[in-house]
Design a protein. Structure first.
Length: 390
């Protein structure tokens, strides 16, 4: 089956890596991953090829587009729309998977809606599926927003795949008109890779850590808004003293400004390692005795997959990270940090207490979302018909 998977990340990398994990699970299919956010390099599986649209991001308030230096935004939009339509004309896929839209990414309807219209008007045998995470962010005009979402889904989409386990959080908690959606709504479980079986010993050997020595991993997702928690983690770590952790590895994320990376690096010493990114992040978590991080979807699920004790600081701009992390805290999977907890002396105490615990947490949550999604997509030969009957 030929599948076009559209994913537009604008601020962090969570949407991209969740989509990539689903694409990875679609082995045996021909997958074209359409991206168009701020660029960074990542290795794709052999069955996945990428169409990179000209770059568009958004400011931290999600109010205006940001293009690459020297690019005119209106020109970029026209080029993107034309390339996406040309892709469908040339490739004629059997399935179009749209990440988040129409629940979000309304600003990108200039390029998504023409494809949906072409599929509907052209009579092509192409199914259309929405791929959406567990929690939606608040909207300024919720009634109008939800009415538009329902109208688009009912007109153009064959199914909504919710990458969540309703035991933790259900989509209707942040979308009030779920009952008005006519296409089937399917919970797949949460999407996350798993650490490699040898991940813990391999990483600890790489770092030359004795089994009794402690390791803390601090991370901030894409890094655009993660400086406060990383700076607090570094300063708190330095207060732990020789009897505390042996090593702190900090992953800033690919989008953290250079000035912020330099600021963190200035605090680094022989026991603190500052890195931008690693493809072995899950293995680092498995090797760690504690994680200190933001609380995005991908990071939270990575923490559960690695079963690492965790302190998380939710992004305050919307409800998404706090709602999820408080539910996980209620299950004993992690601890949520308040803003005051980022004061280095206070954070050092919390880190010390967490390191003193020997049990690794576990939560009864479905983490097989990528495999379940791939299995569901492959469930019928006539995909469009099988989706509509499910």
């Amino acid at each position: 089956m030929k599948i076009v998977f559209y994913c537009q990340h604008v601020l962090g990398v969570g949407h991209f890596f969740r989509s990539l994990e689903i694409c990875r699970a679609l082995a045996g299919h021909e997958v074209i991953l359409v991206t168009g956010g701020p660029r960074f390099e990542v290795q794709l599986p052999g069955h996945v090829r990428e169409l990179r649209l000209p770059e568009l991001g958004m400011d931290p308030e999600f109010k205006q587009f940001l293009a690459a230096p020297g690019d005119d935004i209106e020109t970029v939009k026209r080029v993107r729309q034309a390339r996406l339509l040309a892709l469908f004309e040339a490739e004629r896929p059997e399935l179009f998977v749209v990440e988040l839209y129409p629940f979000g990414r309304k600003a990108f309807r200039f390029e998504i809606d023409p494809v949906l219209k072409a599929i509907a008007d052209g009579g092509r045998a192409c199914g259309v599926v929405c791929s959406v995470r567990d929690i939606l962010v608040e909207k300024r005009m919720p009634a109008e927003h939800e009415a538009r979402v329902v109208a688009v889904l009912n007109r153009h989409f064959d199914a909504v795949l919710v990458h969540a386990d309703p035991k933790l959080v259900a989509l209707e908690e942040t979308f009030g008109r779920l009952g008005d959606i006519r296409p089937p709504v399917v919970y797949t479980g949460f999407v996350t890779p798993a650490p490699a079986p040898d991940g813990r010993p391999r990483i600890r050997s790489r770092l030359r850590l004795a089994e009794t020595e402690k390791l803390i991993v601090a991370s901030a997702g894409g890094g655009s808004v993660g400086l406060p928690v990383l700076e607090a983690a570094v300063q708190a770590f330095l207060r732990l003293g020789p009897g505390g952790a042996a090593r702190l590895v900090v992953f800033t994320g690919p989008f953290m400004p250079e000035a912020d990376v330099a600021r963190l690096t200035a605090w680094a010493g022989p026991r603190v390692d500052i890195q931008r990114f690693t493809p072995d992040f899950l293995d680092y978590l498995a090797a760690a005795d504690l994680s200190v991080s933001m609380a995005g979807y991908n990071t939270s699920m990575n923490l559960l997959a690695a079963r690492v004790p965790a302190l998380v600081w939710p992004f305050a701009q919307n409800r998404e990270q706090r709602l999820r992390s408080e539910r996980l805290a209620g299950m004993g999977a992690l601890r949520v940090l308040a803003d005051r907890d980022l004061e280095p002396p206070r954070l050092a105490v919390l880190m010390g207490r967490a390191l003193a615990q020997t049990a690794r947490p576990a939560a009864d949550i479905d983490l097989c979302g990528a495999a379940n999604t791939a299995r569901w997509i492959a469930g019928g030969r006539n995909l469009q018909t099988s989706i509509r009957r499910s």
